[in-house]
Write a protein that binds this ligand. Structure first.
Ligand SMILES: C[S@@+](CC[C@H](N)C(=O)[O-])C[C@H]1O[C@@H](n2cnc3c(N)ncnc32)[C@H](O)[C@@H]1O
Length: 270
């Protein structure tokens, strides 16, 4: 049991980074990739930091964190990955105590990264219009809440971003940041912009150039100033079999163009 009386989670980690999340509850469970067993019986006599053999696999027993939770998350919609989540969080100045809106919530890929940095003083508002996606996202977030030492005040609004103004105002006075990941981000920018505090930032995640251009224009029409637009290119390196390190054979894949815009204080009329 953890301090809150909930069941404790542990991660069994393969040396290559693959990980399995296990909850210390009595009774047999099936863990995809590992088999069927009683977790309490399996871990009896072992502690965090020990090595254990399960079937043919030799695994490290570790405390789970965001990477382990992500590797075990259920996915329905396309998720925002580490590369873009990390960049958005740092560029937008999101951290402990921030008040952040994100939508569409989908499978909670981005929301999990946000929850990881907001701490218990932060507020996270997620919006999702499709209940079948919200259900997957909620399950991923509920499990993350049991894994992380601190979790923000999290609200999942079942609805359309375009109509979310009143619901958000009922939760917090103004937002520090908002990240929009829907097919037509430019349509919701006019709803979200008034919810931002002066100096707050809005980002759009745009897989195509058309989405980027329309979102850019929509943000400017709302009086926002574009601070950064472009894409993050990631190139992974590997250890070569004959010695040395070199870029791997995997192609550089496109994820999305990112647009980050800031709310400024309007100029005084002359
Ligand atoms: C690409 S997925 C979001 C992925 C999510 N950001 C993540 O990182 O896992 C887009 C989601 O937006 C939802 N969506 C589309 N239009 C929406 C709207 N106007 N309001 C709220 N959600 C919307 C879709 O149902 C879908 O689940």
């Amino acid at each position: 049991m953890n301090e809150d009386g909930g069941s404790e989670w542990v991660a069994l980690r393969e040396d290559d980074g693959r990980a399995y999340l296990l909850q210390r509850t009595p009774g047999e469970v099936k863990v995809k990739g590992l088999g069927r067993f009683d977790v309490e019986q399996l871990l009896n006599g072992y502690s965090i930091g020990d090595r254990i053999t399960v079937g043919q696999k030799s695994l490290s027993i570790v405390d789970p964190a965001l990477p382990e939770a992500r590797r075990n998350m259920a996915r329905r919609a396309q998720v925002i990955g580490i590369k873009d989540s990390g960049f958005l969080i740092s560029w937008m100045g999101i951290g402990v105590g921030s008040k952040v809106l994100e939508g569409g919530h989908g499978s909670a890929g981005l929301a999990m990264h946000l929850a990881n940095v907001l701490g218990s003083s932060g507020t996270l508002i997620s919006v999702e219009s499709r209940p079948e996606h919200a259900e997957v996202g909620r399950a991923n977030m509920e499990r993350l809440a049991e894994v992380l030492p601190e979790f923000p005040d999290w609200h999942l609004i079942d609805g359309d971003l375009i109509e979310v103004g009143q619901a958000v105002s009922g939760i917090c006075q103004s937002l520090d940041a908002a990240i929009i990941d829907v097919a037509e981000p430019w349509q919701v920018v006019p709803t979200i912009e008034p919810l931002l505090r002066a100096g707050g930032r809005l980002a759009c995640y745009c897989p195509t150039t058309v989405q980027l251009e329309r979102s850019w224009e929509s943000a400017q029409r709302q009086g926002l100033v574009i601070e950064w637009a472009g894409e993050m290119i990631e190139r992974k390196w590997v250890k070569a079999s004959k010695g040395g390190v070199r870029p791997g054979n995997q192609p550089m894949g496109h994820t999305a163009f990112l647009l980050i815009a800031a709310k400024i204080v309007p100029h005084e009329e002359e």
